[in-house]
Design a protein around this ligand. Structure first.
Ligand code: SF4
Length: 236
């Protein structure tokens, strides 16, 4: 759920790690849960915080996180202390989340280990500085339950390796991402994602999502050829 951003009166400050909501002095707290994988300890910590601070809404989000909504400003530090988890980016520029399907770790259709690749990607690239928000979807087979074609960065597992997709978006102006390469092993796929994100970060306008960036590239006669050459990919 996209948070409702409201204008606060002069002098009011949003508590650290909180997202302003519609009501005055009400915030959302979104802990980081990579790929939506949770432990029993984390679930217990979430339940303890919800009960202790009487949090009215705990929402599973499309980004495979839990958003605790309706937290009073004064309670935000206590909620974070009780959770003992890192902050999931929800409104700032940068990598917001990496969603992943169960892949070959658990799904009978899985052809690649999507959970392992998602964890490696978040570990290696999660803190890259980006001009806009970046969402990642990793799917372990062509059924694409990780919505890889509709994320800024998508990875799709096939028997022969990983397909890397860039520039997808599922928002109000949806776009199917461009396939950059296929048949890559996990290391080569991560290397290509890093090159694509680095190039995007260096050349996109501030606030320009990857979908709009790729559309702009495609409008230029040699845009896609230049992009692929810059990433070390075959052109034409
Ligand atoms: S994308 Fe494939 S591997 Fe992943 S959950 Fe769906 S069917 Fe299973």
């Amino acid at each position: 759920m996209r948070p409702v951003i409201r204008k606060f009166p002069a002098g009011s400050a949003t508590p650290k790690g909180a997202i302003p909501q519609r009501e005055s002095d009400m915030y959302a707290v979104v802990p980081r849960l990579p790929s939506g994988v949770v432990t029993a300890d984390q679930l217990e910590a979430l339940a303890r915080a919800i009960r202790a601070y009487d949090i009215p809404i705990a929402k599973l989000t499309s980004g495979q996180r839990v958003s605790l909504m309706g937290v009073k400003g004064a309670d935000v530090p206590g909620v974070w202390a009780m959770l003992g988890m890192g902050e999931g980016r929800a409104v700032k520029h940068g990598m917001h989340y990496v969603q992943a399907c169960p892949g070959s770790a658990a799904c009978g259709y899985g052809q690649q280990n999507s959970l392992a690749l998602a964890a490696a990607l978040e570990e290696r690239l999660g803190e890259l500085s980006m001009p806009s928000k970046v969402k990642v979807g990793v799917s372990g087979c062509p059924m694409c339950c990780g919505e890889s074609y509709l994320r800024d960065v998508g990875l799709l597992g096939r028997k022969g390796g990983w397909t890397v997709i860039f520039g997808g978006n599922a928002g109000g102006r949806p776009r199917v991402g461009d396939e950059l390469a296929a048949g890559l092993d996990a290391g080569a796929a991560l290397d290509l994602v890093e090159r694509a994100l680095t190039r995007y970060a260096a050349t996109a306008k501030t606030g320009q999502r990857t979908a709009r960036y790729m559309e702009a590239l495609r409008k230029r006669p040699d845009g896609m050829a230049e992009w692929r050459a810059a990433l070390g990919l075959p052109v034409g």
